[in-house]
Design a protein around this ligand. Structure first.
Ligand SMILES: Cc1ncc(COP(=O)(O)O)c(C=O)c1O
Length: 326
């Protein structure tokens, strides 16, 4: 497939491995299970956002930016990776995190500070609004700020995941494996959007299931569709992705974003003990809880090959030591 070439900074360690989860497979005979290890994208403990930031930060450079801003929760993986890549590029990085400053800097927040990011808290105000205000102030001082919305989920960010789908399908094909299904955690939607678009143009029979960690299925589906259609237009693809053709499940969110469910905690322990792989309590634990549930209930058919897209997030484990106590 010919994609339009967009400016890209090669900042992630790609390709990431596609690994067969052979010990996990023994628990579910008849299904081959693979892990796409985007937890190993490299910058400061890795994760999915590095693929989006290769395009977003190239755009920032093209615009002559000298300071990068973004938003997220105190345990935002996106904020951590943005801070790491800004450090690598020698750019100032301002992170506007939601809510009040937690009493202890743990996990991602600890790493944000180590990376030299200027960390601020939005308090009761929406973080996006605070970020825009800071960016406007910087502009008034003659600086060139580049503000990235939550999760780096813009059409340009999603482009990184369309190419990731191409990468994974090439790896599977080299291994002689036909992939029938992909499972991925869905938050701000850019990751699934890129994967959905990639599947649509490269292998329309491949089913991409997004497991929401926060929003309703309906809201997620339309966000994903909109981002995928926007990414298609940037890539010069005459494709319109309809929300009705996007699959997002919202039955695994539990009490809310960032609150681990029993299924999530079980999934984290199972993958750690069976595969030596660390999931996280906010995203991948919930997505894996869905996959395990589908395997147990026979939602996944005999002979189907499944890729679980490991989007990273393990640094947040340290902020959840009480919930994870064994
Ligand atoms: C570890 C991890 N997995 C999945 C996601 C979800 O990606 P997206 O926001 O593109 O839906 C995020 C987003 O922050 C993340 O940090």
């Amino acid at each position: 497939m010919q994609f339009a070439r967009l400016p890209r900074l090669r900042l992630a360690g790609l390709p990431t491995p596609l690994e067969e989860a052979t010990r996990l497979e023994r628990l579910f005979p008849g299904t081959r299970l693979f892990l796409k290890r985007d937890d190993l994208t490299h910058p400061a403990l890795g994760g999915n956002k590095a693929r989006k930031l290769e395009f977003l930060l190239a755009d920032a450079r093209r615009q002559g930016a000298d300071v990068v801003l973004t938003v997220g929760g105190p345990q935002s993986n996106h904020a951590r990776i943005t801070a790491a890549l800004s450090a690598r590029l020698g750019w100032e990085c301002i992170l506007v995190l939601e809510g009040a400053e937690p009493p202890e800097a743990q996990g991602n927040l600890l790493i944000d500070r180590l990376l030299g990011a200027d960390v601020r808290f939005a308090g009761a105000r929406p973080a996006q609004e605070v970020m825009e205000e800071i960016a406007a102030g910087l502009e008034a001082q003659g600086r060139r700020p580049y503000a990235i919305p939550v999760g780096g989920s813009t059409p340009l960010g999603a482009v990184g995941y369309c190419l990731a789908m191409e990468e994974m399908l090439a790896q599977a094909s080299d291994a002689g494996v036909v992939v029938h299904r992909v499972y991925v955690a869905t938050g701000s939607g850019g990751t699934q959007a890129g994967l959905v678009l990639g599947a649509r143009v490269l292998d329309p029979s491949l089913r991409v299931t997004g497991v929401s960690v926060s929003r309703s299925a309906e809201e997620s589906r339309s966000r994903v569709a909109e981002l995928a259609t926007g990414a298609a237009s940037l890539l010069g693809l005459p494709v319109r992705v309809e929300a009705a053709r996007v699959e997002v499940l919202d039955g695994y969110v539990g009490p809310g974003y960032g609150v681990p469910t029993p299924g999530c905690l079980e999934a984290i322990r199972l993958l750690a003990r069976e595969e030596g792989v660390l999931l996280d309590p906010v995203y991948t634990g919930k997505a894996m809880a869905c996959l395990l549930d589908h395997l147990r209930r026979g939602v996944i058919g005999e002979g189907e090959n499944v890729v679980f897209w490991h989007t990273g997030g393990a640094p947040a484990l340290f902020a959840y030591s009480q919930e994870l106590e064994v």
